[in-house]
Design a protein around this ligand. Structure first.
Ligand code: NAG
Ligand code: NAG
Ligand code: NAG
Length: 438
């Protein structure tokens, strides 16, 4: 019994669904889909095809047990697409229409329950993947804070699908009050949907704290052991003040983060450091400090709290990304050999960075845990797969405008075609399929 359960869990975690999905070919192109709106560069051996265009800002892609693609589109709602035998989209309908829907979208492992969020609320629906119809809308959570970060990412815990994870970012660059988890900001909380009150949980006062001190953990996904991995957008405009001397360090610090968030059936109240402890990307900004990439630092060390004071208190990242990459979503390939992360791209770095998809090689340890192959102080623990040809010249006027794509969703295809990624460039929402070397 236990073995069967674990096998089913591994299947659910690796593909996002728990039933066998019809395998599909990789199309060379899809008729009726306009050309890529922006230029791109691919890692050797990879191929790219545009699967859908003309969408609103694509934010999240999930799959149901029939291999249908559900897409949250900011200010528009949630669409569902079926695929033809050629691997291209064959039909698309709006499943949920509503301009409050802005990012979060999740589906239970049995595909019978769908979740989506606005900035302030999360809802559930009963869903039938055969008819692609929803019913029975319920408010699950209400009263989430508003602020500079509006995405409210949702995930279902595969090993206990009654539990959902729901994230709220900080309400400013340095949200000092969020040092207390009771603010309900810079946090991921856990809610048991089977016990939700009829008008929904109050986000700030109910549920349990999974992790906090997470400035804006937009993406998180489970590895096959049920441990979640989150990607964090760290701070802007940083300066370091030591002995009264202020130095601008914002171009290369702080690091964006890949955090091991632990097993949500076990971990509670884990603290990741924000708004006090941050991670180093480029140690060159911290001369004679002994700090390495991924080490914790404080903006202004003082006699009672310095960089070392973070050790043992704030959980450091397991891997760091270049400052201002703006990671949005992460997903594992089959068997979790690699994680893929979409980088939305920067406004606070000159030259700009991001505007790409990166691959992080993972390994399974002898005790069954998963982790990146690279050590935590690595600056080379990931590589570009798909990127703007010249990211340094990509503009970022506002969150969704640019002369380059703004990459968001990342979802490994249960039908065997590869990695689906979304763009929320407000000029055109697009979805691309990236296929690894065969
Ligand atoms: C698309 O769906 C229609 C109707 O269900 C079907 O007849 C057609 O064969 C499908 N197209 C492809 C390419 O599979
Ligand atoms: C020292 O730094 C810590 C952490 O940044 C801060 O909370 C504290 O208020 C500072 N103390 C003084 C005296 O400035
Ligand atoms: C497995 O081993 C790694 C490396 O020693 C350790 O970090 C991790 O916590 C272990 N996992 C479990 C589930 O004990």
């Amino acid at each position: 019994m236990q073995l069967i359960k674990i096998t089913a869990l591994a299947a659910a975690l690796s593909s996002g669904v728990d039933a066998a999905v019809r395998q599909l070919p990789v199309p060379k192109s899809c008729s009726g889909v306009a050309a890529f709106r922006y230029q791109y560069k691919l890692e050797t051996g990879w191929s790219a095809v545009k699967i859908a265009g003309g969408l609103k800002q694509v934010r999240t892609v999930v799959w149901d047990s029939e291999g249908n693609m559900l897409v949250s589109q900011n200010t528009r709602g949630v669409s569902v697409s079926t695929f033809g035998d050629n691997g291209c989209v064959n039909s698309t309908t709006m499943l949920i229409s509503g301009n409050q829907i802005n990012h979060g979208l999740a589906i239970s492992p049995d595909s019978k329950t769908l979740y989506a969020s606005s900035e302030t609320q999360a809802w559930s629906w009963s869903y039938d993947p055969l008819t692609r119809k929803i019913s029975n809308q319920k408010t699950i959570v209400r009263g989430m804070s508003t602020g500079i970060h509006s995405s409210r990412t949702i995930a279902v815990v595969p090993q206990n699908p009654n539990l959902i994870l729901l994230q709220v970012g900080s309400n400013s660059n340095f949200d000092m009050a969020s040092a207390s988890a009771s603010t309900g900001r810079a946090i991921i909380k856990i809610f048991d949907v089977s016990k939700a009150p009829s008008n929904g949980y109050n986000y700030n006062t109910e549920g349990e704290v999974y992790g906090y001190g997470l400035r804006n953990e937009i993406g998180f996904t489970a590895d096959p052991s049920g441990v979640f991995w989150g990607v964090e957008n760290s701070g802007d405009d940083f300066a370091r003040t030591e002995n009264g001397q202020r130095r601008d360090i914002h171009i290369d610090n702080p690091a964006e983060e890949l955090n091991n968030l632990g097993d949500p059936t076990k971990v509670r109240n884990a603290w990741y450091g924000y708004p006090t402890c941050f991670a180093v990307w480029n140690p060159a900004n911290f001369p004679n400090s002994g700090l390495k990439t991924g080490s914790n630092f404080v903006v202004t060390p003082n006699s009672t709290f310095n960089d070392a004071s973070c050790n043992g208190k704030a959980i450091p990242p397991r891997l760091s990304f270049q400052a201002h990459s703006a990671p949005i979503a992460n997903t594992f390939d089959t068997d979790a050999k690699n994680m893929y992360v979409t980088f939305h791209g920067s406004w606070n770095r000159q030259p700009a960075t991001g505007f790409k998809v990166v691959q992080i090689p993972f390994q399974k340890l002898a005790n069954g845990s998963y982790e990146p192959v690279a050590p935590s102080d690595s600056m080379t623990g990931y590589k570009d797969i798909f990127s703007a040809p010249n990211p340094g010249s990509c503009t970022a006027n506002g969150l969704t405008m640019s002369n380059c794509f703004r990459l968001t969703a990342a979802a490994w295809d249960p039908a065997g075609r590869g990695l689906f990624v979304g763009s929320d460039n407000s000029a055109e929402g697009e979805i691309y399929l990236l296929t690894p070397p065969q």
